[in-house]
Design a binder for this molecule. Structure first.
Ligand code: SF4
Length: 189
C-alpha cells in the first residue's frame, strides 16, 4: 500500500543517505497542505529552519509569505513548501550534486503524493533539478514548463528567484519574482 505523506516524513526524519545528516539538528521535510494545488521548492534549510525543523521560517520565508499574499492571495497553509535537500548544508554552502541526488527520492515522493497542479521552483538548484537543465534561473524564469525528468506528473513548473536573492538583490528581481508568482496563480485556475 502506498505510504502517506506523514509516513514518508516520518521515514525521512531518520535519513542518513548523505553526509548532511551529520551536522543537522532536524530534517526539514516540508510543511503545508498535503493536497495543495501549489507546491514551492527551495534549496535547503538555513540555520533557523534547521533549528525549528520547518522550511522558510527565516527572513527569506517572511519575504516569500508576503509576496505570495500580495501577488497570489495565498498563505503558506494553502500550499506545500519543501526544499531540494532536507538537511542544512554547513555554513549555508550550496548543496553538492551527490547530496542532491541522495535527497531527490524524498522530493519525488512529495511531488507524487501531493500531486500539485503548479510547482514554483525557487532559485537555481530546484529549477535545474526539476527541469533537468543546466540553464540558470535568470534565463529560465518568465515562462512555464512541463516537468523535466522527475516522476510523471502533469504539474506545470514555474521557475523564479529564491527569496534570498531578492533580499540581496534589488527592485528588478523582486518585480520579476512578483510577475512569476502572478503567472503561477493564473496557472492554478
Ligand atoms: S539531506 Fe536528504 S539525503 Fe541527506 S541526510 Fe538529509 S534527508 Fe537524507
Amino acid at each position: 500500500m502506498a505510504l502517506t505523506l506523514t509516513e514518508v516524513a516520518s521515514e525521512a526524519a531518520d535519513c542518513t543517505r548523505c553526509g548532511l545528516a551529520e551536522g543537522r539538528t532536524h530534517v526539514v521535510f516540508g510543511m503545508g497542505n498535503p493536497h495543495a494545488d501549489l507546491m514551492l521548492v527551495g534549496e535547503g534549510p538555513g540555520a533557523e529552519e534547521d533549528k525549528q525543523g520547518l522550511p522558510f521560517v527565516g527572513r527569506s520565508g517572511k519575504l516569500l509569505d508576503r509576496l505570495m499574499a500580495e501577488e497570489m492571495g495565498l498563505s503558506r497553509d494553502q500550499c506545500y513548501i519543501a526544499n531540494v535537500v532536507k538537511c542544512r548544508p554547513p555554513d549555508n554552502r550550496d548543496p553538492k550534486p551527490d547530496e542532491i541526488a541522495a535527497c531527490r527520492p524524498w522530493l519525488e515522493q512529495q511531488v507524487e503524493l501531493i500531486s500539485p497542479r503548479v510547482i514554483v521552483t525557487l532559485g537555481n538548484f530546484s529549477s535545474k533539478l526539476l527541469l533537468d537543465t543546466k540553464t540558470g534561473i535568470t534565463k529560465l524564469r518568465g515562462q512555464s514548463y512541463p516537468m523535466g525528468n522527475m516522476i510523471s506528473t502533469t504539474a506545470v513548473v514555474i521557475p523564479t528567484y529564491h527569496p534570498a536573492a531578492i533580499l540581496r538583490g534589488g527592485g528588478l528581481q523582486e518585480a520579476q519574482m512578483r510577475s512569476d508568482l502572478v503567472r503561477a496563480r493564473m496557472a492554478m485556475t
